[in-house]
Every structure is written in C-alpha cells, then in structure tokens.
Design a protein around this ligand. Structure first.
Ligand code: KIV
Length: 263
C-alpha cells in the first residue's frame, strides 16, 4: 500500500490489511520486501528498543529518529508514526508541530490514542493534509489511568463509549483506527458499523486488518507471551543458539575458516 486511499479500497474489497510495527532501517527493508501492507513506527519502541517500562517514555525526538531510519529502509512504503505521550495535549500548535515533525521525518500518516479531548487536533491535522489513524480500546499511553494493560469495552457502558469514539473518529476524518485489546464481538460490531478500516491487536478476527509488533511475532522476547500474539518463530532461542554457536566456534578455533580470512 502506498496511499490512504489503498486502506479504503482494502476495506471496501474486504481484503485484510496487514501492518507490522518496527523501528529500524534493516527491518524496514525486510518488511518492504514482504507481503505486509503497512509499517507502524509504534511508540512501543520506547519499551522494545529502549527498555523503558511503558510507552509514556517515548519522546518526539525518539520517534522522529526511528521514523527516519524506517523511511531510509523502506522508501516507498506506507509508514504510520505514533504521536508520543502528551504531544496532542499541549495545544493545537504543539500538536501540529509534532505531527509535522513526524511527517518531515518520513511518515505517511500519524497515529494518536483516544479521541475525547483532541477532536480539534484530529480535524486540524486532517485539514492540514496529515492522514490520521486513531487508536481506541487499550491505549497504552494511558496505562496509569487504566490501571494496567487490561481488555477495554467489556461492560455495556464502556462498549457504547468505544462505539461512539469510533464514530467520532470517522466523522473527524481519520482514515483508519487501531482497536487494541477489546472483545472480539465489539471489534467486529465497530467494523460492521463503520466505513473506516479497523486494524486489530488483541481484538479478534472481525476487524479489517491486524497489526503485530515484529519482535513479538518473531518471539524475540522469551518472557512476553500475551495470548493475542502468535509467535511464528522462537526468535530468542534461535538468536541465542546462533550466538552460542559463534562462541563455541571462536573458542574451538573454528572461526574464521580459511575461506573467511581476507588475503
Ligand atoms: O506502539 C505500538 O506498537 C502500537 C501497536 C501495538 C498497535 O501502537
């Protein structure tokens, strides 16, 4: 996919959208050559790459650095960039500057969490030529208000609230929305009601697409095993075994071999 209109077309044609969250140029080259449709430079970079306990620690500078790296690795790809913690809460000017910085770093679109309280920002960004992807349900930047990483929208009132938020996002001009950790039936109902494509993570099968963090689907973290992630490879074991193999070879004087020595 190259344009926001490709998301709308995929939704109309009921063709599932595949988005992968990554943070660097090397992985961007691999994703760009894969069957995935879009890249997300998620603020999960603060946790996955920088080792912070939550996405609250992502900064605009951090996001711009990773967006630029991803763009260098995937010059033609659709790249969504997360607006980091509080960047849409400091007024319209600051939000516009933050979104502008991400776009100039190489993003095709920005993603922001929630809708209540930043309706004006969303409308202004869209009106300024910046495609906006929403993010509803479990919004990790609000983890301290939510009281942890929990499924959202389980009770009828919360479910109604989420449906209303999805409607407002659509009305404000968002081109797509991530639904994170919401009951499958609710995600399917929102997808059914709305024209904008829904991208699920921990939201069941009834969404217009799915997103996973690449390091999760590669199983690079041996400890992190949420139910909604499918590990396509036990990457932590594969990488560890490769390193151990290298160490054994070096200590046994098996590396470098004759053909690996430069003349
Ligand atoms: O930051 C991120 O990686 C995300 C995905 C989990 C949707 O927002």
């Amino acid at each position: 996919m190259k344009h926001v209109t490709d998301f709308a077309r995929a939704r109309r044609e009921l063709r599932p959208i595949v988005m992968i969250a990554i943070y660097d140029a090397l992985m961007a080259r691999i994703v760009a050559a894969s069957a995935a449709d879009a890249i997300l430079v998620g603020d999960s970079v603060a946790m996955v790459v920088h080792g912070h306990p939550s996405t609250v620690h992502a900064t605009l500078e951090m996001m711009c650095t990773h967006v630029a790296a991803v763009r260098r690795g995937a010059p033609e790809f659709f790249v969504v960039a997360d607006l980091p913690f509080l960047s849409v809460r400091r007024g319209l000017g600051a939000a516009t500057d933050a979104a502008g910085a991400l776009m100039q770093a190489g993003a095709t679109a920005v993603k922001l969490e929630g809708v209540t309280g930043h309706e004006e920002v969303i409308a202004h960004l869209v009106g300024s030529g910046i495609p906006v992807m929403g993010h509803l349900g479990l919004t990790p930047q609000s983890v301290h208000v939510l009281g942890g990483y929990r499924v959202q929208g389980r009770d009828p009132a919360a479910s109604e609230r989420l449906r209303g938020e999805a409607q407002r996002l659509e009305e404000l001009g968002a081109f797509s929305v991530v639904l994170e950790c919401v009951p499958a039936a609710l995600a399917a109902a929102i997808t059914e009601e709305r024209a904008l494509p829904t991208i699920g993570i921990g939201a069941g099968r009834g969404t217009s697409g799915q997103v996973l963090v690449l390091s999760d689907l590669l199983g690079l973290d041996g400890q992190f095993r949420p139910r909604f992630v499918r590990r396509y490879v036990e990457g932590h074991a594969v990488v560890r075994e490769a390193i151990d193999h290298f160490a054994r070879d070096v200590r046994a004087a098996q590396f470098p071999a004759h053909e690996e020595v430069l003349a």
